[in-house]
Design a protein around this ligand. Structure first.
Ligand code: NDP
Length: 274
């Protein structure tokens, strides 16, 4: 089984289905990521804030895969915003991962109260120009944050990683992303489980002989999102990866999109970190 890939706006290819490691305990991360690699995932999503970059790097180093076979994302945390702090944070993340080059680095939150993401982004541009990152992107950016980078003539982020699932379809951002060739990447893609009991999802799962999580992940793939479900449960790690085999018709995709309630499970980028 292989996963589809998408081309980012700088020509780098990203596996569309990845594996998220938020809330994977640091001591278990190498084992869990090894399981994910064994199942076939070739894209891992971590962050400084998850305290498990080291385990991600260890799993890849001890696998039979070459470094180039696995696409790895990590993220800069809010207290590392600003030019010098960003350079230091990047070096530290790369060291914990044990890599020479990172695939994708994201600003984790715009943190509008700090108003430092433009300087942070310029530091990212420098790291990219120096060949230390293959692609640079953002996370939890609002339309106004993306527009600000564009108005300043800065590099267009390759992705914006945002909370997105059937109860929060993020239509405004997705339209903006499409217009500017920014890939939409979905975090909490199954709303941490909250959408799995929805009757529309469970009925589709029954009809497709699939699981509710597979139906939701297949919906993300059909919309063109990069999607990074997390699990520490071996059967679910495999189940989620097999979502690429579930095909949804246009009306089925629309029925899931119609579940939108603009309901967040995580923090609001207007307010976080407060
Ligand atoms: P998810 O929507 O991926 O849900 C994870 C939860 O669902 C876990 O409790 C997991 O349980 C459970 N689960 C996973 N698969 C199944 C399944 N097949 N059936 C039933 N339950 C299942 O939430 P996350 O918040 O973890 O988001 C995914 C990733 O997105 C993160 O790991 C992280 O990489 C990224 N993220 C990014 C953020 C950002 O600000 N940029 C914020 C939050 C997340 P269990 O593990 O016990 O199996």
């Amino acid at each position: 089984m292989t996963t589809p890939t998408l081309d980012l706006n700088n020509g780098v290819s990203i596996p569309q289905l990845g594996f998220g490691v938020f809330q994977v305990p640091p001591k278990d991360t190498a084992d869990i990521v090894t399981q994910a690699l064994d199942v076939g995932y070739r894209h891992i999503d971590t962050a400084l804030a998850y305290h498990n970059e080291q385990g991600v790097g260890e799993a890849i180093a001890s696998s039979s895969l070459s470094r180039d076979d696995v696409f790895v994302t990590t993220k800069l945390w809010n207290y590392d915003q600003g030019t010098d702090a960003a350079f230091k944070a990047f070096d530290a993340s790369l060291e914990r991962l044990g890599f020479d080059v990172l695939d994708l680095y994201l600003i984790h939150w715009p943190a509008p109260q700090q108003d430092r993401y433009v300087d942070t982004w310029k530091a990212f541009e420098q790291l990219y120009a120096d060949g230390r990152i293959r692609a640079i992107g953002v996370s939890n950016f609002r339309v106004e944050d993306l527009q600000r980078l564009l108005d300043l003539g800065l590099t267009v982020p390759v992705v914006n990683q945002i909370e997105l699932h059937p109860y929060l379809t993020q239509d405004e951002l997705r339209i903006f992303h499409d217009k500017h060739e920014i890939v939409t990447e979905a975090w909490s893609p199954i709303a941490q489980g909250a959408v799995l009991d929805d009757p529309v999802i469970t009925e589709l799962a029954r009809a497709k002989d699939a699981t509710p999580a597979q139906v939701v992940i297949a919906w993300h793939l059909a919309l063109g999102n990069v999607v990074i479900p997390k699990s520490v449960t071996p059967d679910r790690i495999a189940e989620n990866f097999a979502s690429t085999e579930v095909e949804l018709a246009g009306d089925e995709i629309d029925a899931i999109s119609a579940l939108n309630r603009n309901e967040r499970t995580g923090p609001d980028p207007w307010e976080f970190p407060g």
